[in-house]
Design a protein around this ligand. Structure first.
Ligand code: 13P
Ligand code: SF4
Length: 329
């Protein structure tokens, strides 16, 4: 078999799945990279964990597991691979390292940040603890290891209410997403002390946009991420983590749907649910989009961009992430 025939054999099924979302001219560049990455993964006993916002050629082409941030953290702790390549943003790779401290964890681009994680530091948390002595700190997993080290327990949007209520207190400091904090406050009697962080992707949606889309598409189901502002979530039929949104589409198979979240997710979910019609508002996460097949290959080949966390920070941060994982979904 010629090299070209071999390449076609190994990648044709992937392309059939995502051909609506990846132009043929781009596929010619992606296919050989996908073949090389998948071969190298086996040789090095590496696993690729990818967030649901990764592009279709990563999500469907090379990811061993594609999931929301809670599932990625749990999967990182369970894997028997020697190497984890985290295709997502920096806090996700740090979380994987906290969950699997003895594995080598890499991120294809160290510059893949997050506006929420950048909105506060460990020192900010120390000051808040002084201001509200004795009040437990719940931090969204979208934070640095420094912040996690000052945190009692982490959460994701998949388990935020459950985590807050698990503390059995009348007040919690909830960091750093103001919109997720509002979402939680509406579902619990616990008083939520929040921070002013926000996600640059989800804060761009508006209730007016949803209203207009509903009028143009009668019967459409609108599903939002809890990082969206309050009035946007009010205009949605359902809110959940990226994993929760995917499950909703899978189970309900709506005729037409709009996912009020990052662009690539609609493409990824549509490829798995071909009967569902998607209306796609396009708000890109510039951080997630820093991850490319070329950079993943470089990570695997040259072991570049390894994640290291200082021992002192790592010990304290690990506890808050493990507590979150124990609470589950
Ligand atoms: P999920 O935990 O829902 O995957 O969300 C992570 C994220 O960064 C959303 O913007
Ligand atoms: Fe951070 Fe928002 Fe990007 Fe998620 S979508 S990684 S919260 S900036």
């Amino acid at each position: 078999m010629s090299a070209q025939e071999q390449l076609n054999k190994e990648t044709i099924k992937i392309y059939q799945k995502i051909s609506r979302h990846v132009p043929e001219i781009e596929w010619k560049i992606h296919a050989p990279l996908i073949e090389k990455i998948n071969k190298l993964k086996k040789e090095k006993n590496a696993v690729i964990l990818a967030h649901n916002y990764q592009t279709p050629e990563i999500y469907h082409g090379v990811a061993d597991i594609a999931a929301d941030s809670l599932a990625l953290a749990v999967e990182a702790s369970k894997t028997s691979a020697d190497i984890i390549v985290l295709c997502g943003v920096h806090f996700m790779a740090e979380t994987a390292k906290l969950m699997s401290p003895n594995k080598k964890v890499f991120i294809p681009d160290m510059g893949a940040g997050c506006s929420l994680a950048e909105s506060l530091t460990g020192n900010d948390v120390r000051l808040l603890k002084k201001k509200y002595p004795g009040v437990p700190v719940v931090s969204y997993v979208n934070t640095s290891a420094d912040v996690k080290a000052e945190t009692d327990i982490c959460c994701t949007s998949a388990n935020a209410v459950k985590v807050v209520e698990s503390l059995k207190t009348d007040k919690v400091i909830f960091l750093p997403d103001q919109h997720l904090a509002n979402y939680v406050a509406k579902q619990t009697k616990v008083k939520i002390i929040s921070w002013k962080g926000s996600c640059i992707v989800h804060e761009q949606f508006s209730a007016k946009e949803i209203k207009d889309i509903r009028s143009a598409n009668p019967g459409i189901k609108v599903i939002g991420h809890p990082e969206c502002p309050d009035d946007v979530l009010e205009a949605c039929d359902f809110a959940g983590s990226t994993g929760g949104m995917i499950d909703y589409v899978k189970k309900n198979q709506p005729k037409k749907v709009m996912l009020v979240t990052e662009c690539s997710m609609s493409d990824n979910v549509q490829a798995d649910n071909p009967k569902v019609d998607f209306i796609k508002p396009c708000n890109l996460c510039p951080y997630m989009k820093k991850i490319t097949l070329n950079k993943i290959l470089d990570c695997l080949e040259n072991e570049t961009n390894e994640i290291f966390i200082e021992d002192k920070i790592s010990k304290a941060a690990r506890k808050s992430v493990q507590r979150m994982a124990e609470i589950g979904r």
